[in-house]
Structure formats: structure tokens, C-alpha cells
Design a protein around this ligand. Structure first.
Ligand SMILES: Nc1ncnc2c1ncn2[C@@H]1O[C@H](COP(=O)(O)OP(=O)(O)OP(=O)(O)O)[C@@H](O)[C@H]1O
Ligand SMILES: [Mg+2]
Ligand SMILES: [Zn+2]
Length: 292
């Protein structure tokens, strides 16, 4: 039988001190390279061994499960590098999203589910439950169960508060979340048409595609002049379209009856895609803030 062992040069021999506890404080041993079996793929793998002077038995420098062939060791190293790159990319995207696509109004900086009260008139409690269910389904195991949500209702009924609570909770769970008004998004796109703009429209569209969740607040209320109306409607249509199959939340002051006119029939028709509508009926919460 071919001898599979060879003696190791002195630097390797001394190196063993670092991972074999027994050798830490001694130098009276010899070392050799023997042949073992890779714990991952069962192929032949190098197995360094040592023997203390005067003893008969050679011992493995690695524990049984730690022996690895070169291919598996390389693969593991590569996986580590890829994993590091992946988290690096995710961090980069998260900070980009936070800087450019995360607009929380000042009065909602602390808006969450905890401080959303349900003792008001109407269906606030039902709307809150729907919002919390949305988070649950979103974060659950199967991404294909995610859906869109459209919350409609008059001013001050808590629409932005609720969607902010959703967005914040999912963002804390490391999802890439965008939260901004439709008007702000359209302005951002328009800004790319300017000479010397730092971003391109295609760049923004790419981010819109990358978002795990897009929250578009105040659909239909984007301020615009008459001649911008068509442009806005077309852009909205493009945005809603590119988000088909990717979860998106909309809020609007318009109801199902008036939204088609505000955003265009074609865009509106696409809202029905995998969407849950909630019409929030309650008092204007802002009335609670008036000074008497
Ligand atoms: N149920 C509630 N519990 C606690 N605070 C609420 C509730 N509803 C609304 N608010 C508060 O009232 C203010 C207005 O709410 P919000 O901005 O969510 O209204 P909105 O429906 O988005 O109105 P608009 O259509 O004008 O944008 C916010 O400060 C919000 O925190
Ligand atoms: Mg709002
Ligand atoms: Zn292997």
C-alpha cells in the first residue's frame, strides 16, 4: 500500500500549537500529514497528525468533523466572501433608501401601532387590525402571499399613521421599505430631467423595483398644473405597473368612486390587482389637537 503520510516542515509542526490544546506549552512532538476523509464530501482530505516523543500513537490535529478537503475549504471561504458582499450590498441599499425614499412627516415621527387609538367612532379598530394583519402576512414564510393595501378616507382619519406603523415595523425587520407621498416621488422623477441631475429616471425606477415594500401616500393628491396632469397620470401608471407582483401600499383622500378620475382609469384598474381596500371612516383626529 502506498504510504499516504509525509512529515511536515517545522513551521507547520509548530503551527499546530495554536489549535491543539495539548501542544500549547510543549515542543517535544513530531508531526506528519496523513490522509483522512472530508467531513463534508467524504473525499480524500489532508489530515495533519502529531505524536509526542516516546509515545506510540499518532493523533489527529483536527477533530473528526473538522477535516476538510481543499475544494470544500475553498468553497466555504468563497461562501463567506459572497455572504459578506451580500450583507454589504443590503446595508448600502438600506442607507440609500433611508436617505432618499423614507419621508416621515414630522407629526408622525413616533407613529406606531402602540399609539394608534381605536376608541374613536367608525371602523378604526378594523383598519388597525387589517394593518397589523398586513405586517404578519408580509413577514411570514411565503412571500407569494403578500398583497397590496389601499387605505382610503377623508383627512385626519389616520391613514398615514397606520401605513407608517406598517412601514416602520417591516423596516425594523430588515425589509427594504420606501415610504413617501406620490407627489414627492413624482417630483423626484421630474428632477432627473434637469440638466446635470445626479440621478436618472431609470435609476429611480430600479430602486422602485428593488423595494420589498413601497408605500405611496396621498395617491391622487399630487399637486400639479393642468398641463402636468397627463404626465403625472402616465408616470403613476408606469409606477403602479412596475410594482405589479410586488407589495405596494397606497393611501388616498379619494374613494373608489373618485380615484379613477384623480389618477386615471388605467392606473386605477391595476389597483384591483391582489389588493385589499379599506375605507377608513372616522372623525378627523386632528380636531383633538386644537387649542381650546
Ligand atoms: N387612531 C389614532 N390614534 C392616535 N393618533 C391618531 C389616530 N388617527 C390619527 N392620529 C393622529 O392624527 C394626525 C393625523 O393623522 P394622519 O396623518 O395619519 O391622517 P391622514 O388620514 O393621513 O390625513 P390626510 O388625508 O390629511 O393625510 C397624526 O398626528 C396622527 O398621529
Ligand atoms: Mg396622510
Ligand atoms: Zn470536501
Amino acid at each position: 500500500m502506498k504510504d499516504a503520510t509525509s512529515s511536515l516542515p517545522d513551521p507547520f509542526r509548530r503551527c499546530m500549537k495554536h489549535y491543539v490544546a495539548e501542544l500549547k506549552d510543549r515542543d517535544d512532538y513530531e508531526a506528519r500529514m496523513s490522509e483522512g476523509e472530508c467531513a463534508s464530501c467524504r473525499r480524500k482530505a489532508n489530515k495533519p497528525e502529531y505524536r509526542i516523543f516516546g509515545q506510540k500513537e499518532w493523533r489527529s490535529a483536527y477533530k473528526e468533523g473538522e477535516i476538510e478537503c481543499k475544494a470544500c475549504a475553498d468553497q466555504k471561504e468563497l461562501d463567506k466572501v459572497l455572504e459578506r458582499n451580500k450583507t454589504g450590498l443590503h446595508e448600502q441599499l438600506t442607507s440609500r433608501f433611508e436617505k432618499e425614499y423614507w419621508h416621515i412627516p414630522d407629526d408622525l415621527k413616533n407613529a406606531g401601532f402602540k399609539n394608534f387609538k381605536v376608541d374613536g367612532y367608525g371602523n378604526v379598530s378594523e383598519a388597525k387590525k387589517a394593518a397589523m394583519d398586513y405586517v404578519k402576512t408580509f413577514a411570514a414564510l411565503y412571500p407569494e402571499n403578500r398583497y397590496n393595501l389601499t387605505i382610503m378616507g377623508p383627512p385626519g382619519t389616520g391613514k398615514t399613521h397606520l401605513v407608517t406603523a406598517i412601514a416602520r415595523t417591516l423596516k425594523e425587520q430588515e425589509f427594504l421599505v420606501m415610504l413617501l407621498t406620490t407627489g414627492a416621488l413624482l417630483s423626484k422623477i421630474k428632477a432627473t430631467y434637469q440638466k446635470g441631475a445626479s440621478q436618472t429616471e431609470e435609476g429611480i425606477f430600479n430602486y422602485l423595483r428593488k423595494a420589498d415594500l413601497l408605500v405611496l401616500d396621498d395617491l391622487g393628491s399630487e399637486a400639479r398644473s393642468k398641463d402636468e396632469f397627463d404626465w403625472s397620470k402616465n408616470k403613476l401608471f408606469e409606477i403602479i405597473n412596475l410594482r405589479i407582483g410586488k407589495p405596494t401600499i397606497y393611501t388616498s383622500n379619494f374613494n373608489e368612486q373618485h380615484l379613477p378620475t384623480a389618477i386615471g382609469e388605467r392606473a386605477f384598474s391595476r389597483l384591483y390587482n391582489n389588493n385589499k381596500f379599506i375605507e377608513l371612516v372616522t372623525d378627523d383626529y386632528r380636531k383633538n389637537f386644537t387649542i381650546e
